[in-house]
Design a protein around this ligand. Sequence first.
Ligand code: OGA
Ligand code: MN
Length: 275
Amino acid sequence: MATVAGRIAAHPLTEAIGARIECDLATLLAPESGPELRRLLVDRGVLLVPQANLSDEQQVTLASHIGRIREEGEKGIFKITLDNKANAQALYLKGSMNWHMDGTHDTVPVFGSLLSGRVLSREGGQTEFANSYAAYDALPQAMKDRIADLRVEHSFAVSMERCGVERTPETAAHWDSIPLQQHALVWTHASGRKSLVIGCHASHVVGMDRAESDALLAELMDWVTQPRFTWRHEWTVGDLLIWDNTGVLHRALPYPIGSGRMMHRTTLLGEEAFS
Ligand code: OGA
Ligand code: MN
């Protein structure tokens, strides 16, 4: 089993992000493959296993080899759908149509997620990723110097307003119960790598004039989401995506509420606090 790495082939999806994983099911699910998959995940930001066709149990098993599973949904499977009969929190998932990181309202964001395509939308519903490690590294030095010490306030309510969910007494009570957080704009990880902490939850740069803050955050979002740092997945039922939430942004392209789109997600607990 020492040669497991040799049985997992990884093909870059683009120069800056992603790898397509090719291996047989037994190798994918072998405990000793976990460290190699994790290494590839951290290195490439996103892993695609086309047509993995995992059962829920197999997905949870695989997740447990890569990290520690967050208890959510049923038996580690959280249903990503806009159908509020299948997920009471469906409304909030509209927020996933804007570029975001998961868990910016926590001090330790989730490490990553595994997402399986179960039912696809006939229109839209692709998932896109942007590598914010690579985007940070490629910034001009003047911009790196300008943002080095900035902190950004993150707000769930702002992310909801930005995706057009109506503020009502009920929604507001929930939104405002989620704590605001201030995180360093440039996250220096224990590994020494640096990524940008931005996305639709990023409300404003702390202590900066609002117009200047809006312009800076918009400029950085445009930078990170340039084609050279991004990759879009066109789903086929049974595909599996795994992403490193600490250094990639992601979003779903818009799809109709009644599309039936259903993804099964398993989330990996965070391991490192924002800086
Ligand atoms: C998520 C998410 C995107 C998608 O599960 O956190 O943002 O394409 N999903 O469903
Ligand atoms: Mn998300």
